[in-house]
Design a protein around this ligand. Sequence first.
Ligand SMILES: [Zn+2]
Length: 262
Amino acid sequence: MKCLHLLVVVLILVVPVMAQKSGAFPSGRIVNLTYAFDANSVYWPTAEQFKLETDFEGMTDKGYFYSAYRYSAAEHGGTHLDSPVHFAKGHYSVDQLPLDQLMGTAILIDVTKQCAANPDYLVSVGDIENWEKQNGRIGAGTIVLLRTGFGKYYPDRKKYLGTDERGAEAVAKLHFPGLDPAAARWLTQNRSIKAIGLDTASIDHGQSTLFETHRILFEKNIPAFENVANLDQLPVKGFSVIALPMKIKGGSGGPLRIVALL
Ligand SMILES: [Zn+2]
């Protein structure tokens, strides 16, 4: 009888703990979507590259190991977030973005084929409509990811950006896909998305001079994730994204740690 009592007590105490464990967050597979930052990280041709310098590394005179470094970089390079104020005066800076806008249900629109045939490809309204024909309407509050296939070139600047030159003259030589301004406008007018990201250096394609897609999205406070990694590891739907940028007060963007939960 004592044994039975003990068993009941054990079950009462242990079962709820087990239930909690099986419902642990996150329950699925985690996919890293961020490139490591180093001297090879891809930055805009006019931007300061990422730099890591050593303050101290080694054994201290007290007999323990210690390391500390100091980094510097432009806001917009490597895997990063563009905040609306980057192109829309008075709109959210990176520290002001509501957290709920940076996490949630996500989808992937795969335009790899189109971009393989044309490095200046603009992801179109038709591409979005095709996705919806096959997968259903993009729900309110969705985070949209565009897979151009250019991620496989990162960080080879010549292949990824179209040029490995640096400086102001290099900007005109940029060739990589982006989101068509007409598609950006369609999304802001017909769907209610939280954020959008892609596997190139800019949400506007490389040959853009007026950055209209940035301006259309940011006017509506929709941030962009750029240089997103590992999009080849995601399904077209049925996953979530968490995208947390460095909280730079007043910043127009910043380094982004983004993951997908499958
Ligand atoms: Zn940017």
